[in-house]
Unconditional design. Structure first.
Ligand SMILES: [Fe+2]
Ligand SMILES: [Fe+2]
Length: 172
């Protein structure tokens, strides 16, 4: 018996289930959903107005990617949301980079390296999507969900705490 929905919930992502191919030739997509949907949680708020606003926008773009995947039903979708996600990540990382440099943040290099790894990954996945690799958008979604939900309350919180100590924790 198909356990596709359980596996989808366990993995936190949408999957394609081929169990029904005897009934219908097309593969059936089981959408991401319920508690696994991307949303900006209270614990992601860091107390820095600019960064909190930018993080909410980033999560909004990830949620938009999720919606696009959920509703695409196997059709080739545009790479528009991936491009906007990449461009907004560039803007956001530049903001954090400026804050790190202005405040002599001691973990600047490590933090910057995480940002650069994200941009490289998203760029690669966007290229794969444009080349028609079927799993590219789902992989981007999984990657960005995992990264954002770990980086923001972890690494970014360290930066905001440092800014607060330096008297730059207030909204900018
Ligand atoms: Fe951030
Ligand atoms: Fe960051």
């Amino acid at each position: 018996m198909c356990d596709g929905r359980k596996r989808a919930q366990a993995s936190g992502g949408g999957i394609e289930c081929g169990c029904y191919t005897a009934l219908k030739p097309a593969r059936i997509r089981i959408p991401f959903g319920g508690k696994n949907r991307v949303r900006f949680l209270e614990e992601y708020k860091l107390g820095h107005e600019t960064l909190d606003t930018q993080h909410q926008l980033l999560f909004g773009l990830i949620a938009e990617l999720q919606s696009e995947i959920d509703t695409a039903l196997g059709r080739a979708a545009s790479t528009d949301v991936l491009q906007r996600l990449f461009m907004y990540a560039v803007v956001h990382f530049a903001t954090e980079d400026e804050l790190m440099m202005m405040s002599d943040y001691p973990d600047t290099l490590a933090h910057r390296a995480e940002h650069e790894a994200v941009l490289a990954n998203v760029k690669r996945l966007e290229a794969e999507c444009q080349a028609g690799v079927p799993s590219a958008r789902e992989e981007t979604l999984r990657f960005m969900k995992a990264w954002a939900s770990g980086h923001v309350p972890g690494v970014d919180r360290g930066l905001v705490e440092h800014l607060a100590k330096r008297g730059r924790g207030a909204a900018r």
